[in-house]
Design a protein around this ligand. Structure first.
Ligand code: F6P
Length: 483
């Protein structure tokens, strides 16, 4: 069973469900008001009850939304153009050559995935190639290896944080500020070397970021749904504002498809229903995401946040406990390398799993000579053959020692264009939304993570003051003692 849209196709043959079975399952599990709730999501009026606001990331797919969010001034495109054309001069008059995106979770994973996936589509009108780096880790390990290669006078920092208060990001920024102080005064650094991206405008202002270097987005855009907003700045810096807009177009086309296509033609809806079926009827608690294109190797990380932070819940939308399984564990890795690592377990291990194979069929023409180009084409074919082979073995087994019967989807992209990438990510967003509706949960908050942050602050306070550790358990106390 194959569904084809303009940018993305889905083959769900190896889910092993007939049209009638799918229809019956949809009748049983999709709530009566699903069409209404879906329309609300697509209009930006769906409710996020625990945070008391509407869910509006879909509104960011409009080409003008980033501009509109920033007071109607085309600050986003202007920043992209200036940096990419080598016209952004640092405080000492040198051209900025490197940008570090400092963010974590949704302020890191989407921009990182998008930049890696779409690099080849960069508009080639840049006189000055700009290098875009990423730092998310609270322990500073990324900056530790990156900073010796960079010069503060030619480096710009994007401070990307929806809340502008995430401790991981603030810690990396403090390190960067100390590092920059070797060459620049604090004022010079803030005026020419820092861009803020946040929905907390006051926070950016208090930090000292000049208004012209503040990019904002709506509070009603969840962090893990924010790559379409100004949080996508690193993608635009990598590929150019036009290609970024094409990514938005692809997502928008998927929104229309999700809103209009009937059940048997609707990619996100079918991904959601087969996922719920696997969870509830087959007892499968995990989904392996297996991209067969190295440019998408960060996709499993990205989808872990999108899906698990959204639907890993034991409370319904009204805060009442629920007693049925909700979102599965999402894991996975780059398929061709996984074949030489964890696939053995997938083929013969004891555990059940479902899988999403993501396959790109062709690669756009490159500037390599014909012979090298032909070899790359061979490699693409090799990857396709391997994807199809392992997918078959996981489903059919061999009738003897390989059990098979592991259901999978095949998400097929003709080429990894910005539009196709946008459509792929939007399809997953809508899958997660639909499953959240089916399981009656609010997919747009993350109370568990917030509680973890609160406890981390309490532990930090004890470490800093050296008092109060007796409130903790023996194990925690013993480790704090060593510190
Ligand atoms: O992990 C919790 C979380 O709030 C994510 O939802 C979010 O993407 C991440 O932290 C980073 O938050 P912020 O963009 O506010 O720094």
């Amino acid at each position: 069973m194959m569904i084809t849209t303009q940018h993305l196709a889905l083959d769900l043959t190896y889910q092993g469900l007939t049209r009638d079975q799918l229809q019956q399952f949809a009748n049983e599990r999709l709530p009566r008001d699903f069409a209404e709730l879906r329309a609300q999501l697509l209009k930006g009026t769906y409710e996020n009850p625990s945070e008391g606001r509407q869910v509006t990331h879909v509104l960011n797919r409009s080409r003008h939304s980033v501009v509109a969010a920033n007071g109607g001034r085309n600050r986003f495109s202007e920043i992209v153009r200036t940096l990419r054309s080598g016209k952004w001069l640092g405080a000492t008059g040198q051209v900025v050559t490197d940008v570090i995106n400092v963010g974590v979770g949704g302020s890191d994973l989407g921009p990182l995935l998008g930049s890696e996936a779409l690099q080849e589509f960069a508009d080639d009108n840049t006189a000055h190639p700009l290098k875009v780096h990423f730092a998310s880790s609270m322990d500073g390990s990324q900056l530790y290896t990156l900073l010796p290669q960079l010069n503060p006078a030619t480096t710009l920092v994007i401070m990307a944080s929806k809340s502008f208060s995430t401790i991981d990001t603030l810690a990396n920024i403090r390190t960067l500020k100390a590092w920059a102080a070797r060459e620049l005064s604090e004022q010079q650094w803030l005026e020419k070397h820092v861009i803020g991206v946040s929905s907390n405008i006051e926070g950016m202002t208090n930090f000292g970021i000049p208004p012209a270097q503040q990019l904002s987005f709506a509070e009603s855009v969840g962090g893990r749904y924010s790559l379409w907003s100004a949080i996508g700045l690193p993608i635009a810096l990598t590929v150019g504002a036009n290609q970024f807009a094409r990514m938005l177009d692809g997502a928008k086309a998927m929104d229309a498809h999700f809103g209009e296509a009937e059940l048997h033609e609707n990619i996100p809806l079918l991904m959601a229903l087969t996922g719920v079926y696997n969870r509830e009827q087959r007892g499968i608690n995990n989904l392996a995401v297996l991209p067969y294109d190295g440019r998408l190797r960060k996709l499993p990380d990205y989808l872990q946040q999108l899906d698990m932070e959204s639907n890993g819940k034991q409370q319904d939308r009204n805060g009442k406990p629920i007693d049925y399984p909700t979102g599965p564990i999402i894991w996975g890795g780059f398929g061709p390398n996984g074949q030489h690592a964890f696939y053995q377990h997938l083929h013969q291990g004891y555990d059940n799993f479902a899988a999403d194979f993501v396959l790109v069929l062709q690669r756009a023409a490159t500037e390599f000579d014909a012979a090298t180009q032909a070899e790359f084409a061979e490699q693409q074919t090799l990857s396709v053959a391997n994807c199809l082979a392992h997918r078959r073995l996981m489903w059919f087994g061999d009738g003897k020692t390989y059990p098979g019967q592991h259901p999978s989807n095949l998400l097929l992209l003709q080429e990894l264009t910005p539009q196709a990438f946008g459509a792929l990510i939007a399809a997953y967003e809508h899958k997660v939304f639909t499953q959240g509706v089916i399981w009656k949960i609010n997919s747009f908050d993350q109370p568990g993570v917030e509680l973890g942050k609160k406890i981390a602050n309490e532990v930090l306070e004890v470490i800093k003051t050296g008092t109060g550790s007796d409130a903790f358990d023996d194990s925690t106390q013993a480790i704090l003692q060593r510190l």
